[in-house]
Design a protein around this ligand. Structure first.
Ligand SMILES: *[C@@H]1O[C@H](CO)[C@@H](O)[C@H](O)[C@H]1NC(C)=O
Ligand SMILES: *[C@@H]1O[C@H](CO)[C@@H](O)[C@H](O)[C@H]1NC(C)=O
Ligand SMILES: *[C@@H]1O[C@H](CO)[C@@H](O)[C@H](O)[C@H]1NC(C)=O
Ligand SMILES: *[C@@H]1O[C@H](CO)[C@@H](O)[C@H](O)[C@H]1NC(C)=O
Ligand SMILES: *[C@@H]1O[C@H](CO)[C@@H](O)[C@H](O)[C@H]1NC(C)=O
Length: 477
């Protein structure tokens, strides 16, 4: 027994000795060997963003090995380690914070295997320390850079340089919510490997370059929240892979080009808050993958019935409020069985509501207010109860609801009962009250797609059941 303990002690001692020898033997060399220039370039680059106090060689002597830097990723090329990804900004709890006075060090462009470069919430002081993206040297990263992203950097100002157009391997270019100005560089159209181009929430102006039509692999194009003007270039019809196109909140104008009907895979088209006109183009009908079509607040004009709406049978959200539409509401809208949000408010729609509209199985928000619809509303009491204020029919002076609703709470808001047509049902007082209340339903588009908030005891089950049926149906439609 004793000898066994001795032997195991010896084995243990030998093991410890070997371990120590292995550790000491390796300590002189880097566990993750790097070129000296690569290491220095990394330290200098980061120091430029976090401040001169940061002594990389002291704090992180082996940045691709046993002293990793948060946000830095490395990879092995011919037996040496190189930086492949650099994420600057407070992404994780222990990420390095950016300094107030940041500078792009020239050595950034010497990281020759850099694939991903991203900045989040780093340039945050537009008044005191505005910083421009450097104009030179981007071509040095052309052989490797696949993703370049700046998100939430209000202190990042100036123009996007045409040299970005040289980054031919780029798959993702995101310049989101920064203070960038000027025109969109035509050269961006050369980045033929781009899958995502997001330039939203800046101060970009001018027209959308025709060259963007060359981005044939693009899946997402988001230029929303800028001050772009002019017509949509017809070349956008060449972006046949596109899944999402968001150009909302700009000053874009004129007719939609007929070529957009080539965007057969598009699921989202958001053009709200622009100045598009010239009527609903027939070409919208060809975009049969569309799930969200949002055109609200544009002087589009024309008649609603000019499209065969049933072709767009994947639609879940259709918002055409305040688009200057005339004419009747066509029956074909009631074929959109997946529809959850239908906004037709503040137009000039006339005539009777198609009775089939009652049969939309999934609808949870329906706005018809601010038109000149006539006749009787023919929805069930349960429908009014379920929808609450998400059924809008007020401000249609010639519309009424069928009397006999059992509960006053299930009366459609702001609509008079049919029976008393000769009498003015709404007192002047209550009329003012209606007009005064702020029912700003458009700004809550997404919020209102949730469960009905106006739910009363017994209707809870009915609503739940309808939700389930909807889910069931939409799986098989
Ligand atoms: C950084 O640290 C190294 C090693 O501790 C030291 O030699 C060097 O002088 C330091 N550099 C600065 C700028 O403090
Ligand atoms: C459209 O989507 C389908 C199915 O996802 C895909 O097979 C097809 O290649 C896409 N079309 C284009 C032009 O990308
Ligand atoms: C609706 O049409 C009438 C008569 O054509 C016109 O006077 C009115 O300005 C239109 N309203 C809207 C909101 O387009
Ligand atoms: C609403 O339609 C009626 C006829 O249905 C018409 O007499 C009236 O002028 C229209 N009102 C507006 C504001 O267009
Ligand atoms: C209302 O709809 C019901 C069932 O869909 C139908 O029987 C009835 O005739 C309709 N009433 C009116 C006034 O359209």
């Amino acid at each position: 027994m004793k000898s066994f303990t001795t032997i195991s002690s010896v084995i243990f001692a030998v093991f410890i000795f070997c371990l120590a020898a292995w550790c000491c033997g390796e300590a002189d060399e880097d566990v993750a060997p790097m070129e000296k220039t690569e290491k220095e370039a990394l330290y200098s680059t980061i120091q430029g963003f976090v401040g001169n106090w940061w002594n990389g060689s002291a704090l992180y002597p082996d940045p691709c090995g046993w002293t990793p830097i948060q946000g830095v990723y490395c990879d092995l090329f011919d037996g040496l380690w190189y930086v492949t990804a650099l994420n600057i900004g407070p992404i994780h709890d222990n990420s390095l914070d950016c300094a107030t006075n940041i500078d792009f060090r020239p050595k950034l462009f010497e990281l020759k295997h850099l694939k991903t470069l991203s900045f989040f919430n780093c340039f945050i002081s537009p008044r005191r320390h505005p910083i421009a993206i450097p104009s030179n040297d981007w071509e040095k990263l052309a052989g490797s850079l696949e993703s370049l992203e700046f998100r939430s950097n209000p202190g990042l100002i100036g123009q996007v340089h045409t040299s970005f157009g040289l980054l031919e391997k780029l798959q993702s270019l995101v310049l989101l919510e920064s203070g960038l100005t000027g025109k969109l560089p035509t050269k961006i159209g050369n980045l033929i490997n781009l899958k995502r181009l997001v330039l939203a929430g800046n101060w970009f102006t001018g027209t959308i370059p025709e060259s963007f039509g060359g981005l044939s692999q693009l899946l997402i194009l988001d230029l929303s929240r800028n001050t772009l003007y002019g017509p949509l270039p017809s070349t956008l019809g060449r972006l046949t892979s596109l899944l999402k196109l968001d150009l909302s909140n700009n000053q874009l104008e004129r007719m939609l080009p007929s070529e957009i009907s080539n965007l057969k895979n598009l699921t989202l088209l958001d053009l709200r808050n622009n100045k598009f006109s010239g009527g609903l183009t027939k070409s919208l009908q060809g975009m049969y993958s569309l799930e969200q079509l949002v055109l609200s607040n544009n002087p589009i004009g024309g008649v609603l019935a000019c499209l065969e709406w049933h072709d767009l049978h994947n639609l879940v959200i259709l918002d055409l409020s305040n688009t200057g539409l005339k004419g009747e509401i066509p029956k074909s809208l009631s074929k959109l069985k997946r529809l959850r949000y239908l906004g037709l408010s503040d137009n000039n729609l006339t005539g009777k509501l198609p009775t089939k509209l009652v049969t939309l199985p999934c609808v949870s928000s329906l706005y018809l207010n601010g038109n000149n619809l006539t006749g009787e509303l023919n929805f069930s009491e349960g429908f009014y109860g379920k929808m609450g204020r998400r059924f809008g029919a007020w401000s249609n002076p010639n519309l009424c609801y069928q009397v006999g609703l059992k509960s006053a709470r299930h009366v459609p808001y702001g609509v008079k009962p049919c029976q008393q047509e000769e009498v003015t049902v709404l007192e002047p007082d209550s009329r003012n009250k209606l007009a005064g209340e702020n029912l700003n339903q458009n700004s809550h588009l997404v919020a209102s797609l949730g469960f009905p908030s106006y739910v009363i005891d017994g209707f809870w089950w009915v609503s739940l059941l309808e939700m389930l049926i909807c889910q069931f149906l939409s799986c098989f439609l």
